[in-house]
Design a protein around this ligand. Structure first.
Ligand code: GLN
Length: 504
């Protein structure tokens, strides 16, 4: 299969387009052709918006011909996660409870992308309400990893990661609450960035854990992540938690990462860490030193409490956020025995999947009177300690690195029946989410498992609001390595089973 023009990165593509080359319509057609070719084996998309995308492209082409100045992402095909509001396009969040839900408004970050000339071509599959690490908690379709279709692309932003890694689209958005963009970026060999909490408006992102959720981009280069961040970040009065700051400005420095102090947390390299992951991280450490950075041992002593803390805080917030799905305001209704109560119960019983129900129960329990202090309040205190760990470490270092995930992409089905094993795959991403700080995942090498190459991700973590520093360092590392240039094999076998979710 020939590589489409969209194999250019978004920066290159938008620049070429702005300079009069090619057409947005051709870019979108190429993306759709590639999607049609790869969807049978990957199943990344929940909804394709062919008509809309082609109309947007045609409008852009007309504007350009008329001399209208072009935005920084003009003509770039992209994907949105199915929990993002784009007026009139189904955003079912991977849940039956929102089947057919078409938001009456557009999210701030989506509008900013549209204004910058980016062209969403569809909505991608995800774990139901972003609860999961493999995509398997979707009520619709389960995406596959482009490097090995028997494996998960990671989750919960599964389809967005697969769509970028396979070159269907140039950029995609996911949402990261406890690792849902960084972990799939690591599993798929691409870049994924969770900004400082508040840096990107959440207006129009369907809420899971409101104190944790952040809209987070995927791309095949860090430069593209920066380009997307420049467009989507910045204060938004429609979100009261959005930071009172202008849009992100990338950093460029002649000296690269020379003189930078990079923290290596002992807790992120436990004895039980997968040997291949450890080996790739050791190589990455040597690369940082070669580039002129200094490695410094740091401690993040409360790391072991991050997963339990996350699963108290996130489920508490989810139980409250998901109370609105009652059969009245959104989605399909199931009538009960005629009473309002039984209609609520029947709608929610039929609408939510098992993982979401488990979390609503857990979240309701930790917030209930008599247990609130023992669980929720205590979790908030541990959350402060986790934040303090990072504050203390960042007094000694400029950035922290570690693995993004403890293993390479695992097999679909491997952890599906063991929620706790699934939860543990967030052990290195959840602390960052609880602390609200920025972190980038970029590829740092590959391992061979049963004859296939699987990417390994490295997390680059920074202090609050040091988003530009994190991205700058990631870009310097990327420029000195070739991992991000590798592409998954073409012509993978069609996935076993069907993907019932695609409704074009
Ligand atoms: N895997 C984590 C969870 O299931 C993180 C999810 C996310 O970041 N949305 O909650």
């Amino acid at each position: 299969m020939s590589r489409p023009a969209i194999s250019l990165d978004a920066c290159g593509l938008a620049a070429a387009y702005g300079a009069g080359q090619g057409s947005a319509e051709a870019n979108v057609r190429e993306a759709l052709t590639r999607i049609d070719a790869l969807e049978p084996s990957l199943g990344a998309f929940a909804t394709l918006e062919r008509e809309r995308a082609l109309e947007l492209a045609a409008g852009l082409d007309r504007d350009r011909a008329a001399g209208v100045p072009m935005g920084p992402l003009a003509g770039v095909p992209m994907a949105l996660k199915a929990n993002m509001c784009w007026k009139g396009v189904e955003a079912h969040c991977g849940s039956r409870v929102l089947a057919g839900y078409k938001p009456p408004y557009t999210a701030t970050f989506v509008q900013r992308l549209l204004d910058a000339g980016a062209i969403p071509v569809g909505m991608t599959h995800m774990d139901e309400f972003a609860m999961g690490s493999s995509g398997e908690n979707s009520a619709y379709g389960v995406p596959r990893n482009p490097w090995d279709t028997r494996r998960t692309p990671g989750g919960s932003s599964s389809g967005s990661a697969a769509s970028v890694a396979s070159g269907m689209v140039t950029i995609a958005l996911g949402s990261d609450t406890g690792g849902s963009v960084r972990q799939p970026a690591a599993f798929c060999g691409i870049a994924g960035f969770k900004p400082t909490y508040g840096r990107v408006s959440r207006y129009g992102l369907v809420a899971f854990g409101s104190s944790l959720d952040q809209v987070s981009p995927f791309a095949r280069s860090v430069r593209d992540i920066e380009r997307v961040m420049q467009v989507i970040s910045g204060v938004d009065h429609a979100d009261s938690t959005s930071a009172q700051l202008p849009a992100l400005e990338p950093e460029f420095s002649e000296s690269g990462v020379r003189g930078l102090r990079i923290g290596i947390p002992r807790e992120y390299f436990p004895a039980a860490l997968n040997g291949d992951v450890r080996a790739r991280l050791e190589e990455a450490k040597r690369k940082w030193v070669e580039l002129g950075a200094t490695l410094v041992d740091v401690e993040l002593p409360h790391t072991e409490h991050a997963i339990p803390t996350y699963y108290v805080v996130a489920t508490a917030e989810a139980s409250s956020n998901l109370a609105r799905y009652d059969g009245i305001r959104y989605g399909p209704r199931v009538e009960g025995d005629g009473s309002l109560q039984s209609m609520f119960a029947a709608t929610r019983a039929a609408g939510f999947g098992p993982e979401v129900k488990r979390r609503i129960l857990l979240g309701t329990y930790v917030l209930s009177s008599g247990y609130y202090d023992a669980w929720y309040n205590r979790a908030l205190r541990v959350r402060r300690l986790l934040r303090q760990d990072f504050d203390l470490a960042f007094q000694k270092v400029d950035l922290i690195i570690g693995p993004t995930a403890p293993t390479p992409a695992f097999l679909l089905g491997e952890k599906a029946s063991d929620p706790v094993a699934m939860y543990l795959s967030d052990v290195m991403t959840a602390p960052v989410s609880l602390a609200g700080i920025p972190a980038l995942s970029i590829p740092c090498g590959f391992v061979e498992e049963a004859g296939v190459q699987l990417p390994i991700g490295m997390q680059v973590i920074g202090p609050a609001l040091a988003d530009a520093r994190v991205l700058h360092a990631g870009r310097v590392f990327e420029a000195a390595t070739e991992h991000h240039l590798r592409r998954p094999p073409e012509g993978q076998p069609k996935a076993a089973g069907t993907n019932p979710g695609v409704r074009a």
